[in-house]
Design a protein around this ligand. Structure first.
Ligand code: CA
Length: 226
């Protein structure tokens, strides 16, 4: 079994050392970032099984990092570390898309237990790294797409949209869900954004974009990757 990869975003050097040590002893592979901006950059550039995210960070606080990650379509489990046992912090953290939180100071055993629970809950198998349908092959890790073997360029948003549909392949996904989870809109404005991006994906990846066989529209319900 390959070890689970954890990103630790924390600015207290002592805590980073201690936690890295303990997590590695438990068999986790650990990378760290010492401020919010560096953490966000790492989290977007690599794939991690889980992120431990401190709230009080230089450059960009943990709430902001979390919100931006979710806006980029990242589904990685996030455990937030809050300095104060304040309900407002907890609520705010969960609202920005964190999965769980832990109040400092905490026992390492407690942290490990939370991590295990989050990793168990994470839908590992359903997050595809690559996707094939019809003539299209998409490698999400490398950010590459091919149709009948020829490279096609997709925008970051198109990759995110496709990955989201791929994670829920076979299910109907509503326009509102896509706006919220892929674009980060909290209310669904009257927008053709989703439809336009779906059309672009079809033009790039479907054999006959006018009669799509894979990226389907279900009238009044949403979209589905068949
Ligand atoms: Ca801190």
């Amino acid at each position: 079994m390959s070890s689970k990869k954890i990103l630790l975003v924390e600015d207290e050097a002592g805590l980073v050392l201690t936690l890295t040590d303990r997590l590695e002893m438990q068999g986790y592979a650990v990378e760290s970032a010492a401020d919010g901006a560096a953490g966000l950059e790492k989290a977007l550039a690599n794939s991690y099984d889980l992120i431990i995210l401190d709230v009080m960070l230089p450059q960009m606080n943990g709430f902001e990092v979390c919100r931006k990650l979710r806006e980029h379509g990242s589904m990685v489990p996030i455990l937030m570390l809050t300095a104060r046992a304040q309900l407002a912090d907890k609520v705010h953290g969960l609202k920005t898309g964190a999965d769980d939180y832990l109040t400092k100071p905490f026992e390492v055993m407690e942290l490990l237990a939370r991590l295990e629970a989050l990793l168990r809950r994470a839908p590992q198998a359903s997050v595809p790294e690559a996707l094939r349908f019809g003539p299209a092959e998409v490698d999400f890790k490398r950010g590459e797409a091919r149709v009948n073997g020829a490279p096609v360029s997709l925008s970051a948003r198109e990759f995110q949209l496709l990955r989201y549909l791929a994670e829920r392949r076979g299910e109907v996904v509503s326009r509102a869900e896509l706006l919220k989870d892929v674009w980060g809109y909290t209310c669904a404005p009257l927008t053709r954004t989703v439809d336009v991006h779906i059309t672009w994906l079809r033009q790039k990846l479907e054999e006959d974009p006018k009669h799509p066989r894979h990226i389907l529209t279900l009238r009044g319900a949403g979209y589905k990757l068949a």
